[in-house]
Design a protein around this ligand. Structure first.
Ligand code: C2O
Ligand code: CU
Length: 492
């Protein structure tokens, strides 16, 4: 047996405090970890790093996920092979952390797609338990959606077809086997999917080396460097260490020019309030489903689990030598630093810009129906989250909207937790928030919306482009697993 295997069958441990005992990271902030045991790599670099605490922010350069190479390309499509498997990742300098990963990598390899060019991804499950893959934010036929009951058994494989017939957007793919997504994502089954289109090129938005994906997750660690996880169905999991692209609060050297950052909150339950350390604004250009109508300047950008925001930062506005921290204004002591940008000299001529208008939105069909979904905790049969007092039942279809129609869905949240509500296979627009006006940055296409405690949020989903069975659920992963998820069937 692989001694590095994450504890697949030891999940049921009850939490002691908020999420188990304080993890290694918190211990390290108060005292030197002189009694480390476990599978550390014995190099002098490792010992040095250890002496300095592997959790100190800004020690490592920002890693960039590898790009997945097609095994076959034709004029119309790219085909990929991926193995879902165990792997090791050097997240803390000098330690090997056991992970589950797409091709054994954490975060997994990025799929770079083009609008109008199909992608076929053959996923092979080499793990000892069911897995599957959901392309989050994609217009995907139901058969390839990664519905929680459509799983790939150990040893099996599945051919996912992604038409890429939607506007450019920052999507992601992740595990969705029912009841264990919290652990599977936590242990590494997350990856980004960048869908490009012509418009972004015509607009001359920052591209190539100046277009950077950032995957933010919070984690906790055991003393041997392995991920620490304790289930908490009410709160969801909160870690004490921020990872960006799999490194503890890294740093990135930037030129004095514009960069586009595609930011994904892939955390189980934690929301962030992104802010620059010097209090200056960032320019948000896109949300979940792609570009906004126009850029929006924001000093603080909230991002809840599964949401994406894309920002442009113009480092030309800073002197060489400037160190600019991307902060989490909502963090606790060890979760306030996300990463740091170190501005270097030079940068060459700026070839990119951010035009005042980015896109126009099509008019949606008038809504056919109004529905209300109450988000509540049930404690009668153990701790379970519900929608209209229902939990997930794969044998029940909860709503049957017509293909091509829209409806108004009202999420009301009488609970004291935030619920990031996600709809599979299609997109929606935001209509109303009881707590205030819908922010300009939330007026584009969305696939996930966070409903705050005591808030009512109305959205207008567009049930297109494919018919079939999909799910909508809370993307606080512990909530979704237990069992805050319902089914819809889009009918002709
Ligand atoms: Cu990103 Cu059903 O999930
Ligand atoms: Cu929830």
């Amino acid at each position: 047996m692989n001694p590095f295997r994450p504890p697949a069958d030891a999940w049921t441990r009850r939490d002691v405090m908020r999420n188990g005992m304080a993890s290694f990271a918190l211990l390290c902030t108060v005292g030197a970890p002189s009694t480390l045991t476990g599978k550390k790599v014995q190099t002098s670099a490792a010992r040095r790093a250890q002496a300095q605490s592997p959790f100190r922010p800004f020690q490592r350069d920002l890693p960039i996920m590898p790009e997945l190479s097609p095994i076959r390309s034709t004029r119309r499509l790219d085909e990929y092979d991926v193995a879902i498997r165990e792997g090791l990742a050097e997240i803390l300098p000098g330690f090997q952390t056991p992970i589950y990963g797409y091709d054994g990598v954490y975060p997994g390899p990025t799929i770079v797609a083009r609008k109008g060019r199909k992608a076929i991804v053959n996923q092979r499950n080499t793990l000892s338990f069911d897995s599957n893959v959901h392309l989050h934010g994609g217009y995907v036929p139901a058969a390839s959606d990664g519905h929680p009951m459509d799983v790939i058994a150990p040893g099996g494989s599945f051919r996912y077809t992604y038409p890429n017939d939607q506007d450019g957007a920052f999507l992601w793919y992740h595990d969705h086997a029912h009841g264990r997504t919290a652990k599977s994502l936590y242990y590494g089954l997350v990856a980004t999917y960048v869908l490009h289109d012509e418009l972004e090129r015509e607009l001359r938005l920052p591209a190539g080396d100046y277009d950077i994906p950032l995957v933010i997750q919070d984690h906790a660690f055991n003393r041997d460097g392995s991920f620490r996880y304790a289930e908490n169905v009410d709160l969801g999991f909160f870690g004490d260490t921020i990872l960006v692209n799999g490194a503890v609060a890294p740093r990135m050297t930037v030129k004095r020019r514009r960069y586009r950052f595609r930011i994904l909150n892939a955390s189980n339950a934690r929301g962030y309030r992104l802010a620059l350390g010097n209090g200056r604004a960032m320019t948000q250009i896109a949300s979940d489903g792609g570009l906004l109508a126009g850029p929006v300047r924001r000093k603080e950008i909230p991002i809840e689990p599964a949401e994406r925001v894309e920002v442009v930062i113009d480092f030309g506005a800073y002197q060489p030598g400037t160190q600019l921290v991307l902060r989490n204004a909502g963090g606790e002591q060890t979760t306030t630093s996300i990463m740091r940008f170190d501005v270097e000299r030079g940068g060459g001529a700026e070839e990119f810009r951010v035009p005042r208008r980015l896109r126009t939105f099509e008019r949606l069909p008038e809504p056919n129906a109004r529905r209300r979904w109450d988000l509540r905790l049930a404690t009668s049969t153990g701790v379970q989250w519900r929608l209209n007092d229902r939990g997930f039942d794969p044998d029940r279809i909860d709503v049957r909207p017509r293909l091509g129609s829209t409806e108004i869905w009202q999420y009301t949240n009488p609970s004291n937790r935030i619920h990031p509500m996600h709809l599979h296979g299609m997109l929606f627009r935001m209509v109303e928030r009881s707590s205030g006006v819908v922010h300009a940055a939330d007026r584009g296409w969305k696939d996930t919306v966070a409903v705050q405690p005591n808030e009512t949020v109305s959205i207008q989903p567009w049930f297109a482009p494919y018919p079939g069975r999909y799910v909508f659920h809370c993307h606080n992963l512990e909530h979704g697993d237990k069992a805050m998820m319902l089914q819809l069937e889009v009918v002709r």
